[in-house]
Design a binder for this molecule. Structure first.
Ligand SMILES: [Zn+2]
Length: 214
């Protein structure tokens, strides 16, 4: 099981991790078993016998963002280059869990930055999105955390993050809005200060965009 030893570096601070603790799978199993009983289910029936174990493992996987080592994650993927045009990674699929109902919300993230001598390997950006999405979250905070982390990591001229998601808690309960999708954004540096820069990014991510469908 994953245990993370955090040090005092800025990266760890901005990664907001659960340090030096493991997820307690046995405790989750017990709790799931209690929920089944509380519903009125027969926890011994065949289909449910392994359910607490399966749910605990699913949680471990879905919530592993609390214990992702950010230093290992970016290891050897930072490069110094003379390039100062916008870098855009769009349509990054992600999965998260709303902290109010512990139900999934999922969608796409679009990330851009304008380098200031330093760039990151492209494959690392989706992994940074995973680190913040695979937790109990609210979409607004997740969006902001991704932007802040990239800002600290790359010290760029600007960072922009746009997240579009559908929320199961709004689709299947409460108001039951089946097209309940939400867009959030976080703009830092040049993306906040310069409208032309912001528009260039927003134009790019809307070009040929498919609507979210689930
Ligand atoms: Zn919710």
């Amino acid at each position: 099981m994953t245990r993370i030893e955090c040090n005092e570096s800025e990266l760890f601070q901005f990664a907001n991790l659960f340090c030096d603790s493991e997820m307690d799978l046995k405790k989750i199993e017990k709790a799931v078993s209690d929920v089944l009983e509380a519903i009125g289910e027969d926890t011994k029936r065949e289909g449910l016998q392994k359910t607490p174990d399966r749910v605990a493992r699913a949680y471990r996987e879905m919530l592993d963002g609390y214990r992702t080592d950010p230093v290992k994650l970016v290891n050897k993927a930072l490069f110094t280059v003379e390039y100062d045009d916008m870098v855009i990674v769009r349509d990054i699929e992600f999965f998260s869990m709303c902290e109010h109902h512990m139900l999934p919300f999922l969608g796409r993230a679009h990330v851009a930055y304008i380098p200031n001598d330093r760039v990151i390997g492209l494959s690392k950006i989706p992994r940074i999105v995973d680190m913040f999405s695979r937790r109990l979250q609210v979409q607004e905070r997740m969006t902001r955390q991704i932007a802040d982390f990239l800002n600290i990591l790359l010290k760029p001229r600007g960072v922009a993050v746009v997240v579009e998601a559908v929320h199961m808690c709004a689709m299947i309960r409460g108001v039951k809005k089946h097209d309940a999708r939400m867009t959030t954004s976080s703009m830092l540096g040049a993306f906040r200060n310069r409208e032309a820069t912001r528009m260039e990014f927003l134009d790019n991510i809307s070009r040929g965009a498919r609507p979210l469908e689930f």
